[in-house]
Design a protein around this ligand. Sequence first.
Ligand code: UT7
Length: 331
Amino acid sequence: MQKVTAAITAVGGYVPETVLTNKDLEKLVDTSDEWITTRTGIKERHILREPGKATSDMAVRAILPMLEKKGISPEEIDVILVGTITGDYIFPACANIIADKIGAKNAWGFDIAAACSGFLYALETGSRFIQSGSKKVLVCGFDKMSSIIDYTDRNTCIIFGDGGGCVLLEPNTDGYGVRDSILKMDGSGREFLYQPAGGSMSPPTMETVTNRQHYVYQEGKTVFKFAVTNMADVSYDIMDRNGLNADSVDWLIAHQANLRIIDATAERMGLDKEKVLVNIDRYGNTTAGTLPLLMYDFEKKFKKGDNLILSTFGGGFTWGSIYIKWAYDPS
Ligand code: UT7
């Protein structure tokens, strides 16, 4: 029997309309366009400002056009997996709400809270579902980071934005799709990037609100050091153990947290600049959203048979790489 792999057969993406530029942030905190640009590569990010709209609404706006373009009804979806740390509620899961909003009546699914690695973890999980018999798996990565960002904290508010993307996974027997993965986590890093209150460790009180503990806390320098080393290492390792090299890798789809971390990863892999996809300048760090949003933005560049390396690093700590053989030519 031929081996079944999970091929990406469609890609969707969405960012909200409202744009928050570096110049806008200069009015909120003590920062400058020059500092943000040189330290991170970010020029602007998109923010979901519509009242009553949440992460599931961004997902719906990406998923429905993708399915329509592909000619697939939501009722054909078997499983919905959502990488997110900003689901509409603590529970139920965002996957559950998305299924209701798009009319995926025959699907089941769940959320995966792996911060910036959420999409990568979800992609690996989806790939296993395809290998064990599911026919159509929707893998999403979306975050409404503006809902947990303190716009008086210059350490974090300059980095994050809202948005994300989704892919459809279908079985393939010709070797296209997810070929290999290396996924890691190290919970001892939790104190360097996390949301201090709101969970069972520190449920919401007047005090946690007053102390601004429901926002993202990040010790940037420490996270930076871990990210640079680990994302570069894991990207090199997956390339190496699959017999790939700087020539045979066609595209690096790296988590968009900081241009300097992306450059360090590309350098360790020996990749030419034109193989390194970047949109951090326009969207900032959309957490679980960055990888599918990159694939959505640059989908037209990918040809059938191209070798893609997806790599990420995030809070937890979580990190990893997935090697994909692209399954279709641009339409
Ligand atoms: O996606 C999940 C994983 N997250 C990441 O990968 C993020 C990793 N970390 C980073 O990207 C970087 O550490 C940051 C972009 C967050 C910060 O850049 P940095 O080069 O590490 O700056 P720093 O924190 O070492 O701060 C350098 C200086 C400090 O001033 P002094 O002490 O040298 O006088 C900061 O107070 O820059 C100051 N600073 C700022 N200045 C203007 C910190 N934030 C700002 C700011 N604007 N927004």
